[in-house]
Design a protein around this ligand. Structure first.
Ligand SMILES: Nc1ncnc2c1ncn2[C@@H]1O[C@H](COP(=O)(O)OP(=O)(O)OP(=O)(O)O)[C@@H](O)[C@H]1O
Length: 554
């Protein structure tokens, strides 16, 4: 049993070993097969992958190509569409333009038709009027015809009477012509005489006249009114009284002085520019007659100088209007006039062309030249405007005002800090009598006369004030020296630009009118009294002929 069992065990063992060996071999074989299969499969996979990639690539390329083609096709289509729509747009806008043109044409035609209709209507009315007139004329002509026929019958019946009446008519005509020539000659002589007499009257009135104007207080100023009275207001108004400031004596008594002034004329606050002009119009006439005339407006800032001189109805526009109408009247007497205007400004002792370019103010140098023989003055490089119509004055004033506005600074209203001179040259010629006249009218708006102590000025402003004071006092000195009336007296014209500019229009035969402008306010009392005293000094000066003197009564 044991042997059997051992033999069986050995056989089982041998079988087991054999089985293990065969298993191992089988396993190795299987592994080899599996390895080969795996490799084959991988190769096959790789191959397939490659083939697939190529296929994909080909397909992508193909799709891209198709896409590109599609895009090109679409963009071509879009371009075509855009071109078509542009074309359509152009056609539409051309259409629109054509339609607008047609509408314009229609409108024009309609307007023309309306105008033609209107013309037709007025033509018809005028034809109807003419027809009425013609029938009236016809009737008159028929009456005249009948009268003529009667006359012809009469004349034919009496030939001798006819030639007699013809000779009578001829003689009468000659007499009428002679009378007319005598009248014309008389008219011309009378004009020459009028000029002489006018000048004599002006000289009798005094070659220097001083007038005073007190401006009205505005509503807001009414409470600050100074005590100014016009004692002879009902008569010819030549006096003005101003109550001075209160003074307290050492004993504590308060007094006020009453200052009385008299001038050639005093204008109370209610006066209008038209009344003022009535007084100066005679001097404007003198300028037309060939005299040099200076009209000044003097006074502190805000006293009414510009209102009187250059406002819309001021002296400058009124004087030029008078000159135009006078020149027309004188044309009947053989006079033709040439009028030239210029507008200058004296600022800081510098002469500026107010009609030139604004940027040249204070830069361009203007020179004053005098012809002492002819008593004429010229300024180099000055803008001169021929005043061939009354409207030109307005244009000149606007140009000057605009230039001054440009030149003004914040702290400096240029017009109150400078003197302006409107110069009107009037050259007249009489072709019938051979007479010639050359007069100049200077209309001067002086700078504000306030004194240095009151203006509290410094810097540029101080220089301006000093220059203003200097030129105003030079003006007083020149007038004072002229007033001495002695031959050979030195007249200090050269001491200021203003007096030098006006040299030929101050003194001699020339006429001067000084308007002193007065503010009605108590706050300006001190300046008012100073202005009135200055004006009195000028008024007491007599140039040329004797005239009544007046004094300051205190
Ligand atoms: N007669 C008047 N009637 C009514 N208003 C006047 C009259 N005079 C002056 N005014 C007014 O008073 C104000 C000051 O006048 P204006 O400007 O003429 O003074 P001005 O002396 O020229 O001053 P400035 O020296 O500053 O130029 C202005 O508003 C002006 O309209």
């Amino acid at each position: 049993m044991d042997d059997l069992r051992r033999r069986t065990e050995r056989e089982v063992e041998a079988l087991n070993e054999k089985f293990q060996r065969e298993l191992r071999l089988e396993k190795e074989r299987t592994e080899k097969v599996a390895e080969k299969v795996t490799k084959d499969f991988e190769e096959q996979l790789e191959h397939m992958e490659k083939a697939h990639k190529e296929l994909l690539h080909d397909q992508e390329r193909q799709i891209r190509g198709e896409l590109e083609e599609e895009r090109n096709k679409r963009s071509r289509e879009i371009q075509e569409l855009a071109a078509q729509s542009t074309l359509r747009l152009q056609e539409t806008s051309q259409d629109l333009e054509r339609k607008a043109r047609e509408a314009d044409d229609v409108r024009r035609e309609r307007d023309e038709t309306a105008a033609a209709l209107q013309r037709e209507k007025s033509l018809r009315t005028s034809l109807e009027d003419k027809l009425t007139e013609a029938s009236a004329n016809n009737m008159t002509l028929e009456t005249a015809n009948r009268a003529m026929k009667a006359k012809i019958d009469f004349l034919e019946s009496d030939n001798q009477a006819q030639s007699n009446s013809f000779a009578d008519l001829h003689r009468l005509k000659q007499e009428a012509e002679e009378a007319m020539n005598v009248a014309l000659e008389k008219l011309r002589t009378e004009e020459t005489l009028r000029r002489k007499l006018h000048n004599q009257v002006q000289e009798l009135k005094g070659n220097i006249r001083v007038m005073c104007r007190v401006r009205p207080a505005s509503d807001s100023e009414a409470e600050d009114a100074a005590k100014i009275a016009f004692p002879d207001a009902e008569l010819d108004c030549k006096e003005v009284t101003v109550q001075g400031p209160e003074k307290t004596s050492a004993l504590g008594v308060v007094t006020t002085s009453n200052n009385a002034f008299s001038f050639d004329r005093v204008f109370a606050p209610a006066s209008h520019n038209a009344e003022i002009f009535e007084e100066i119009s005679q001097l404007v006439q003198s300028a037309l007659d060939g005299y040099n005339v200076c009209i000044f407006c003097y006074g502190q800032t805000g006293s009414g100088k510009t209102f009187t001189m250059s406002s819309v109805d001021g002296m400058i526009p009124r004087a030029t209007a008078q000159i135009y109408s006078e020149a027309q009247r004188l044309a009947e007497k053989g006079w033709t006039y040439k009028m030239e205007g210029s507008f200058v400004e004296v600022y800081n002792e510098n002469l500026n062309d107010l009609l030139g370019k604004a940027e040249e103010l204070d830069k361009k140098k203007l020179e004053i030249r005098h012809d002492l023989q002819k008593k004429t003055t010229t300024i180099t490089d000055i803008t001169t405007v021929e005043l061939d119509s009354a409207d030109r004055v307005e244009e000149i004033m606007q140009r000057a005002a605009a230039n001054r506005t440009v030149a003004a600074t914040k702290a400096n209203s240029r017009s109150s800090r400078s003197h302006s001179v409107f110069i009107l040259k009037l050259i007249g010629e009489n072709s019938m009598t051979g007479e010639r006249s050359e007069g100049t009218l200077n209309l001067v708006d002086l700078a504000g006369s306030e004194r240095l102590a009151h203006s509290q000025a410094a810097g540029d402003r101080l220089k301006e004030t000093q220059n203003i004071n200097k030129s105003l006092s030079c003006l007083g000195d020149v007038i004072g020296a002229l007033g001495q009336g002695k031959e050979g007296t030195h007249i200090p014209y050269r001491n200021s630009k203003l007096t030098y500019l006006l040299q030929n229009s101050l003194g001699g035969n020339s006429k001067t009118l000084m308007f002193v402008m007065i503010s009605p306010l108590q706050a300006h009392l001190s300046e008012t009294l100073t202005s009135l005293k200055f004006a009195t000094k000028v008024h007491n000066t007599h140039i040329g002929t004797a005239k009544k003197q007046s004094k300051v009564k205190e």
